[in-house]
Design a protein around this ligand. Structure first.
Ligand SMILES: Nc1nc2c(ncn2[C@@H]2O[C@H](COP(=O)(O)OP(=O)(O)O)[C@@H](O)[C@H]2O)c(=O)[nH]1
Ligand SMILES: [Mg+2]
Ligand SMILES: [Zn+2]
Length: 370
């Protein structure tokens, strides 16, 4: 971390009269506890402290800060365009602010939790941030085919799902690696579809057009390949992480902070690396709004008899009427339009409806506890 020179901070007419130096613009590129790193428009990086206990800043915040000695104090935080956060019974934790999209990176291995994926997508929807899903490790044919099939409901509900090979291994010549072995008995067409997706898998470089000019938060379970992807696209990321952790930790042991990395010299696109995909609390979401945050359930709500339908047990529920039997495939089935003249909405997979029920119970309990 390049510490700011005290002399540079106190130059100018205001300083000459002994007044406080003028406020400066900055972007928060990392935040941890009571410290953060602010980047100036010129690319200098300064450790800053928020003024007051309550005023937490997060990566992506645009701030006005006051230089003092070799550090600074955050005086103002610009209104946020959006904020992605999670909330459980104990605390609220922010990921980042002012995002253009969230890249949810999953791996063919280890097997991802559909529940965590659903939670992350709901948080994006509630925050008004576009998600993009990438399934990494396309070179692992059989696990990739299984994972690709599990993502069918997400493709059907309109999510973009990209196949990625961030660091492919040479083929192992293992018969278990045949995509047809992925799901014995499953339709061959599905294995074929996964194999075609794997054959089209993007390299990290080929992912660039999806990232250019945007601030993208990268979320995903441990082992999915987040660090691999970030290090391929931003070779100096590893060094920057070390410097920032060291500066923010002030000698103490710290977990990695959420960190902002520029993708290009013009500083137009950025990847934001963040820990914490596992405990993705959604307690900030009203259970009665949950179906509206799930794009596959949402269109069917119009078909419910009761305006305050929970879609759990009510008669005349448009959502329940659209749920498929277990094992039915998503891509093909389309339910009847909820209302005459309306376009038919794709059916809801059994697993997605199960996740809705579990989340609804959890959020209702959280709302009652407040
Ligand atoms: N086979 C295969 N392995 C990969 C690929 N991308 C990453 N890995 C490996 O997956 C493991 C976890 O990657 P890492 O980037 O540390 O994951 P993170 O926990 O999400 O940051 C490492 O051993 C990587 O080498 C890929 O495309 N194919
Ligand atoms: Mg990592
Ligand atoms: Zn209903």
């Amino acid at each position: 971390m390049k510490r700011r020179a005290a002399a540079a901070a106190t130059k100018g007419p205001a300083a000459a009269k002994g007044a406080a130096p003028p406020l400066q613009d900055g972007l928060v590129i990392a935040s941890h506890g009571r410290h953060c790193v602010v980047e100036t428009p010129g690319g200098e990086r300064v450790i800053c402290h928020p003024r007051g206990k309550k005023s937490q800043v997060v990566a992506g915040d645009r701030v006005r800060w006051q230089p003092s000695q070799d550090e600074g104090t955050i005086e103002q935080v610009a209104p946020r365009r959006n904020l992605l956060y999670r909330q459980d019974a104990l605390r609220t934790k922010s990921f980042a602010a002012n995002l253009d999209q969230v890249l949810i990176l999953l791996g063919a291995e280890p097997v991802f939790s559909e529940h965590q994926l659903a939670r992350a997508l709901i948080a994006c929807e509630a925050a008004g941030i576009a998600p993009l899903i990438a399934l990494n490790k396309a070179d692992l044919a059989a696990p990739f085919a299984r994972a690709w099939q599990r993502l069918a409901p997400y493709r059907a509900m309109g999510c973009t799902v990209l196949a990625l090979a961030a660091a492919p291994r040479p083929p192992a010549n293992d018969p278990a690696n045949d995509p047809a072995a992925a799901a014995p008995g499953a339709a061959l067409a599905e294995a074929d579809e996964a194999a075609r997706a794997a054959a089209r898998a993007l390299t990290p470089e080929a992912l660039r057009p999806w990232l250019a000019g945007r601030a993208t938060l990268v979320l995903g379970p441990s082992g999915a390949g987040k660090s691999t992807l970030i290090n391929r696209l931003i070779p100096q990321a590893r060094a920057a992480t070390g410097e920032i952790s060291q500066a923010l930790g002030s000698g103490r042991h710290t977990t990695t902070a959420t960190t902002w990395y520029w993708l290009d010299d013009a500083r137009s696109g950025a990847l934001i690396d963040s820990p914490g995909f596992q405990e993705f609390g959604l307690h900030h979401i009203d259970p009665m709004q949950l179906a509206a945050c799930m794009p596959d359930l949402r269109p069917h709500v119009a078909g419910c008899r009761f305006y305050n339908c929970t879609h759990l047990h009510e008669p005349g529920c448009g959502v329940r009427a659209a749920v498929q039997a277990d094992g039915e495939t998503t891509d093909a089935t389309v339910s009847a339009p909820a209302q005459p003249g309306q376009a038919a909405a794709p059916a809801i997979s059994a697993s997605r409806y199960r996740i809705y029920g579990e989340l609804f119970a959890e959020l209702r309990q959280a709302a009652q506890g407040r």
